[in-house]
Design a protein around this ligand. Structure first.
Ligand code: ZN
Length: 172
């Protein structure tokens, strides 16, 4: 099974009725575990109770977690690129690699971003294999980040923090 902790952005429209979300609209989202990996589905509050009637719902999928949140309309494309914290840029880079060996530094970065109030931890979900999966939401963009908890012992934490610091120093 691929590790697959990819970034799951919020959909632009309801998974069931297809109505485009408005800025600040409250949504109900869920995370499913399917044979292909994780799948995120976003619903308007009217459709959420009827999600079982969703023709796309696969009976083989397991609902790992669900949460409510406000939709943040993406900024207009013409806007200048947002300057990101280098810790955030590094986290995004590590997610791109989709490499299980990066699980520990990725987790340390997520905790770092949570302390800086860039991320908010929404939920801790138990994966079918027994590992914990932490669901972080980016406060500004509303993006969801699924970060597997590598279950670091205190003794393992320091070398990982040093690794992250040296990676950050290598980030322009
Ligand atoms: Zn809907």
């Amino acid at each position: 099974m691929p590790f697959n902790w990819s970034l799951r952005p919020c959909a632009a429209a309801c998974h069931l009725c297809g109505t485009a979300f408005a800025d600040r609209q409250t949504l109900h989202s869920r995370l499913l575990f399917t044979r292909e990996g994780y799948d995120r589905q976003d619903y308007c509050l009217d459709c959420w109770p009827r999600r079982a009637a969703d023709p796309d719902a696969s009976p083989a999928a397991t609902e790992v977690s669900d949460w409510t949140h406000d939709f943040h309309a993406p900024p207009p494309k013409a806007a200048p690129p947002v300057q990101r914290e280098s810790a955030e840029a590094l986290l995004r880079q590590l997610i791109e690699t989709d490499d299980p060996a990066q699980a520990a530094p990725l987790f340390v970065l997520a905790v770092m971003l949570e302390r800086r109030r860039i991320f908010v931890e929404r939920q801790v979900a138990l994966q079918p294999d027994g590992r914990r999966l932490r669901l972080y939401e980016h406060r500004k963009t509303g993006e969801t980040f699924l970060i597997p908890d590598p279950n670091l012992r205190l003794a393992d934490l320091e070398p990982v923090q040093l690794q992250v610091l040296s990676l950050l120093q290598g980030t322009p």
